[in-house]
Structures are given as C-alpha cells and as structure tokens.
Design a protein around this ligand. Structure first.
Ligand SMILES: [Zn+2]
Ligand SMILES: [Zn+2]
Length: 353
C-alpha cells in the first residue's frame, strides 16, 4: 500500500471561493499535499484536471462537485460528488435519484457536513443533511473544517480571535457527526468517512478588520484524508486519479489532522493466519483475527466496536487486540495541542463479519 495525502472539498471563483485552481495547486504544493479534489457548488468545472507544478514539486488536481438543491429553502443536503465526469446538478432535488445517477456513472458520493450548526452572528444557516431516506452512497464527510469554525462564531470577538488563531480552531469531528456515522454503520453496510477542508480562501470583514480569513494553504496543512493506494502514483493523471478514487471508494483511508504533528504512517490492520485486511476491508471472525494499531508517535488512542470504546491506551504507539466478536471496529486518536486535547486521527473501520 502507498500512502498519499489528499485534501478534499474546496471552492474556487467558479462558486463562492476567492481563488483559482492554480492558486489551490500552488498552496497544495507548498503544504506538501499529493492530491486535491476541488468541489465547486453546483458546477462541474471541465478541463482543469491534471498535475500542476514541476517534477520535484507537484500536485494532482482533481475536480468533483458539491451538489445541492438551490431551490430548496433552507439549502440543505449538500453532496460531494467525485469521479462522475458529467454535470448531474439537475438531479439535486431528489438526493436518492442523484445518488443513483452517480453510481450509474461509477462516481462516489459523500454527504458533506452531515451536521452543520448555524451561526446567527454571521447569518449562516444550519446546512445539515436532512433527507435520511437514502441508500447506496459512498460515505460521509465526518470532519469539516469550516463547519467547525462556524460553530465557534458565537459573536464577533471569537470570530476575530479564531481568524487570527487558526491553529486553535480544530478540535475534532462534531459528536453529532460521529453519532450519524455510527448509526449508519449499524445498518450493516460500509460507510466511508473522509475529512474535508471546505476551503474558500475566505476574504472576510470582521468589523474594522479586513483580511484573508482562511487561506487555502492553512487548510491544506490541517484536516486531510490520507489514502492507502494499491499502487504507487505513476505521474499519469488518469492513472493516479483512478488510484485515489479506488482508495476512497474502498475506505482505504483515514482522517488526519496534520497541524499538531504529521499523521503520516498511521496503521490500522487485521491479521489472521491466512489473510490480512486494512481499513475499509472485511475480515472473517472464524479466522480469529487480531487487530493492530501503530501510530506515527505516542498518543492517546481508543479502539471502538460498533461506536463504543472497548480498549483505551495512553502514551502508547502500538497495540494489538484479539477479536472474538463480529462488529465494526475503528480507532480514534487524540493529541494535546495548543492547550487542549484534540482529535488527531480517525480511522475508517475494519468490518469483522
Ligand atoms: Zn456545503
Ligand atoms: Zn463546500
């Protein structure tokens, strides 16, 4: 497996962002990101996919879309769409219809910011997902950087504080989003979790202060989705794009908050005498699996089964855990940073059936 850092969910001037695709590419190269997936609102931008930069420093720019029904009020049910290669915005009114069309076109679908509280101070509505009578989507955006920022904007003062202290914003996925995920997983089908930046390169006016609130580059150093690709990137955009989407589809990925420390190298797997599995995979209980966790550095981590903590470790780097029950197993890792305990890594599950 080959690990790559992907930043996904961001906006350009094609919708409500303030930068271009090449601004994004330059910021991603500076931040050391391997691939980005740009998702403008209700427009699939054609003709910009590919590698940006030079041989030494390059980034793969992929283009998806964030689709929601613009007629609906309030404008809920935002869906991230990857790998479809055509405009499907006209299907936004019926989320299941839209998901079916995405599947027909071999695309991927992630419920964007499934829980997204309002910010009265800034007139930002609650944009949570509400139509739960849906099926066959790829997964959810468990951690969204902008939603979290919005939730801290209780008045102008904290807004100004966090605009100047980006490093103090991220704490972890909302507990409501985690509950949504665990509830969906309990239905018996895999649900892939990803982390999104929702980067807009926001130019904000906070009273007398006018500044770039959240440059793309900040986001690219923060909440990323680390994929485990089945082969090394070749440098051919079409080939590498397939590797990215394959890994995301299979849940061969984890969420990493890379600002406190790089999460690269995180490892969660299952071994049996005859088989092994990584995040996103299914393994058989009858083969008596052992789960293995390895962190890039010591931290506090928890092993969860069906949403409940079954083992906790402090100041540890590795752990092995023998499994004797079927269930959905996943790992949460926490780190102390800027005076607070913060989420550092959320794994995708290993399914023991
Ligand atoms: Zn959205
Ligand atoms: Zn967005």
């Amino acid at each position: 497996m080959h690990e790559y850092t992907v930043n996904l969910h961001m906006h350009t001037t094609y919708s409500d962002g303030t930068g271009s695709h090449s601004d994004i590419a330059n910021a991603a190269i500076k931040a050391g990101i391997d691939a980005v997936i740009v998702t403008d609102h209700n427009v699939w931008v054609q003709g910009v996919e590919g590698y940006f930069g030079d041989d030494q420093n390059k980034v793969l720019v992929l283009v998806g879309e964030e689709i929601h029904d613009q007629v609906r009020s309030p404008q809920k049910n935002h869906l991230l769409v990857f790998g479809v290669e055509k405009e499907l915005e006209h299907l936004a009114a019926d989320p299941q219809n839209l998901i079916n069309a995405i599947n027909k076109n071999d695309g991927l679908s992630f419920l964007a910011h499934p829980y997204d509280p309002e910010s009265q101070t800034f007139g930002e509505e609650n944009l949570s997902w509400v139509d739960w009578d849906i099926d066959n989507f790829t997964g959810i955006e468990l951690w969204n950087s902008m939603s979290e920022f919005k939730s801290l904007l209780t008045s102008h003062l904290p807004a100004i504080f966090y605009a100047f202290n980006f490093k103090r914003v991220a704490r972890g996925p909302f507990s409501q989003s985690i509950s949504i995920w665990d509830r969906l997983l309990a239905k018996g089908k895999p649900v892939v979790a990803v982390g999104g930046s929702d980067a807009h390169n926001l130019l904000g006016k906070l009273g007398p202060i006018s500044r770039n609130l959240f440059p793309y580059e900040w986001h690219f150093g923060a909440i990323n989705t680390h994929i485990l690709a089945s082969a090394e990137f070749s440098g051919d955009p079409a080939n590498d794009r397939t590797l990215v989407y394959q890994a995301l589809r299979q849940g061969h990925c984890y969420l990493g908050y890379d600002l406190p420390a790089s999460t690269k190298g995180f490892h969660f797997s299952a071994q049996t005498k005859k088989d092994s599995a990584i995040m996103g995979d299914t393994i058989q209980l009858k083969d008596s699996p052992t789960l293995q966790v390895k962190l890039p550095q010591t931290a506090e981590f928890h092993l969860l089964k069906d949403g409940k903590v079954i083992a906790s470790y402090k100041n540890r780097e590795t752990a092995a855990f023998h499994i004797d029950e079927t269930g959905v197993y996943r790992v949460e890792v926490y780190i102390n940073y800027k005076g607070r305990r913060r989420a550092w890594i959320f794994s995708n599950p290993i399914y023991v059936r």
